[in-house]
Design a protein. Structure first.
Length: 437
């Protein structure tokens, strides 16, 4: 990986792309520390220092925003509205025929869906920004802080509108910065901004473990966490690269005097075909009951049960439900993102077939059979990765949103591998010696 980056910096056009990407990252990180109008920055910092952790109801979103959410900055919402909008549009593509037709139109249809995603991102940013401002005004953002109610001194309608508009504009700016990286930089811009947001929380979280440790001034705990994290990263890289390759043979066709086809290829089915999406779905769904309890301020029995079992990430009920939700959403997302019938029809159209399997419906049934068998270990792997690191590192102060937790590792490793692959592919295009030998 380091060799690929070194070679990229030696190539002039790739060096410009890398420097452009780094410049956008610097702008993004500066924006995560600029507070919005109407917020008492001193009170916010006091509450953050008093809490000394990013756990709680908004911990996951705070992690995706690089710590900007709890500081209530212009980039407080981060990239989460765009991620949510993209997932919603992807799910609606299966349900709404018009969106499915746009998806099949190629580049023009994809551009139209991207435009819809931007509109939905702005709408979700307005909704989430309004919720964040309401939470900060009520003092629920830092429920255990004595100055939580002083975070927003002026609670007039005009100030509230300005705060919501500022955060919405910040989300639109983040979306634009991500698209700039995609067009003129290296890698997928949205994924890189998400990578940077999560990586930015590493130093403070690791140093907090060292400060809380008792053995050799905390260095024993610090070293243990680093070692466990590296082992988990290695295991995630191994599984993320694993795939089931289904061989495909294309028959020869004579068009005029030329012969086409006759080549062999394969369909790569990853063990983790669903990626990080099931973990995000399960986390978001489990936050809804706790959110209802927090805003209702109810003291009924059901509210107490939710607080004790679902809001507490260390509770056995939370762990069990979280695991089964990840498994369920893994099968659900794979079912809507990979269509065996469509793949089989495309293969049949171009004269392709799987050796030993007839073209058409038998091919679709075979692909469904293989996909279901692969999804089982993939879904169990996602559930274990999401839970095991946090449970193993709990004695050293880890929580559900700890940087070496399952969600963080999956995103960082996935984005890192994809970016390195893009750099290597562009290097190969500029230094390909195959035709010279």
């Amino acid at each position: 990986m380091l060799t690929a980056f070194a070679r990229a910096f030696k190539t002039p056009d790739l060096r410009k792309k890398l420097l452009f990407t780094l410049g956008i990252i610097v702008i993004y990180r500066i924006g995560t520390h600029v507070p919005i109008p109407g917020v008492d920055y001193t009170a916010v910092q006091f509450c953050i220092d008093q809490a000394q952790t990013n756990t709680g109801l908004f911990g996951l979103v705070n992690m995706f925003s690089g710590g900007a959410l709890l500081q209530i900055t212009i980039f407080a919402l981060g990239i989460m509205p765009y991620i949510t909008a993209s997932i919603i549009l992807q799910l609606l593509t299966v349900v709404i025929p018009r969106l499915e037709a746009l998806k099949k139109e190629g580049q023009s249809g994809t551009a139209k869906i991207t435009q819809y995603t931007r509109y939905l991102t702005v709408a979700l940013a307005i909704l989430q920004g309004t919720g964040l401002v309401a939470t900060a005004r009520s003092g629920s953002l830092f429920s255990s802080c004595s100055q939580a109610s002083a975070i927003v001194p002026d609670q007039s309608i005009y100030t509230t509108i300005v705060m919501v508009v500022t955060m919405t504009a910040g989300t639109a700016l983040v979306m634009w910065l991500g698209e700039l990286i995609t067009d003129r930089g290296i890698g997928n811009g949205m994924s890189i901004l998400m990578f940077i947001s999560i990586a930015a929380t590493f130093p403070s979280a690791l140093w907090a473990i060292k400060e809380q440790g008792d053995l050799a001034g905390g260095w024993i705990e610090f070293g243990t966490v680093i070692a466990v994290g590296l082992v988990m990263v290695a295991l995630v890289v191994f599984v993320e690269q694993a795939q089931r390759r289904i061989p495909v043979q294309y028959a020869k066709r004579m068009i005029g005097r030329r012969s086409y086809g006759g080549t062999s290829t394969y369909i790569p089915l990853k063990v983790n075909q669903a990626g990080i999406i099931p973990v995000i779905f399960a986390s978001s769904l489990l936050y809804i009951p706790a959110l209802i309890v927090q805003f209702s301020n109810s003291t009924a029995g059901w509210a107490s049960w939710i607080t004790a079992n679902l809001a507490d990430t260390a509770a056995p009920a939370h762990i069990t439900i979280y695991f089964f939700l990840i498994v369920f959403f893994a099968f659900f997302y794979v079912a809507i993102s990979f269509n065996p019938e469509e793949v089989a029809d495309n293969m049949k159209k171009y004269g392709g077939f799987i050796p030993g399997i007839r073209a058409g419906r038998p091919t679709a049934e075979y692909l469904s059979y293989v996909l279901n068998r692969i999804t089982w270990p993939g879904s169990l792997y996602l559930g274990l990765i999401a839970l095991v690191p946090t449970m193993a590192l709990a004695p050293w102060g880890a929580n559900a949103n700890f940087p070496f937790g399952g969600t963080s590792i999956l995103i960082i490793v996935g984005v890192g591998l994809e970016t390195v692959k893009q750099i290597e592919s562009q290097l190969q295009q500029r230094n390909y010696e195959g035709f010279l030998r």
